[in-house]
Ligand binder design. Structure first.
Ligand code: GDP
Ligand code: MG
Length: 159
């Protein structure tokens, strides 16, 4: 009876964070409006402050970059707003909505173009593949904290 409710299907969601900082708090409402108007449904959301080890783990793909420790320091400097967003083609469409990593290269109408002042403070995170979306969403949320469109949580067992 819970057939379509065991686990979220890869490819139907992405993971995002609104990054820390007082300036970003000013944009939360407008960012969520842009997300909503682009057709994403919120599957899960919470505010959480990462510990250093967690940020190091989350950004481990950057560990050989000179700016790695800066990223970790910034991402642990205050709470982030973490969310799982559901939509067909979610990962690709959300990367389009947030725009390029460097906001000066981001297209008009994107979140980073509108709100970000620099690459190291580019306001939002968005997963870059379906596999990473699944991993990153699971880093922050259990299946039982994620809700399908009928308002039921995913159970994470049965498949
Ligand atoms: P994203 O997927 O567009 O967020 O970009 P990446 O996954 O390549 O990098 C993760 C985050 O590291 C970016 O969002 C930036 O905040 C930061 N970052 C990336 N490149 C640079 C850089 O050249 N300098 C600094 N200071 N930060 C960077
Ligand atoms: Mg990335």
């Amino acid at each position: 009876m819970f057939q379509d409710n065991y686990a979220p299907q890869k490819g139907t969601f992405t993971f995002t964070m609104i990054k820390p900082g007082e300036e970003n708090q000013d944009y939360v409402g407008e960012i969520l409006t842009m997300i909503h108007e682009a057709g994403f449904r919120i599957q899960a959301m919470k505010m959480v402050r990462l510990r250093t080890k967690q940020a190091e783990m989350f950004y481990r793909h950057l560990s050989d970059q000179p700016f790695y420790q800066d990223v970790v320091k910034y991402m642990t400097s205050g709470p982030v707003i973490a969310a799982v967003l559901e939509k067909e083609n979610a990962v690709v469409d959300y990367r389009k909505l947030i725009g390029a990593t460097d906001p000066t290269k981001a297209e008009e109408g994107t979140i980073r173009k509108r709100f970000a002042k620099s690459t190291d403070r580019n306001v939002v995170h968005g997963s870059d593949s379906d596999d990473n979306a699944a991993e990153e969403a699971s880093f922050f949320f259990s299946f039982s904290e994620r809700y399908n469109k009928d308002g039921h949580c995913f159970f994470g067992w049965g498949k």
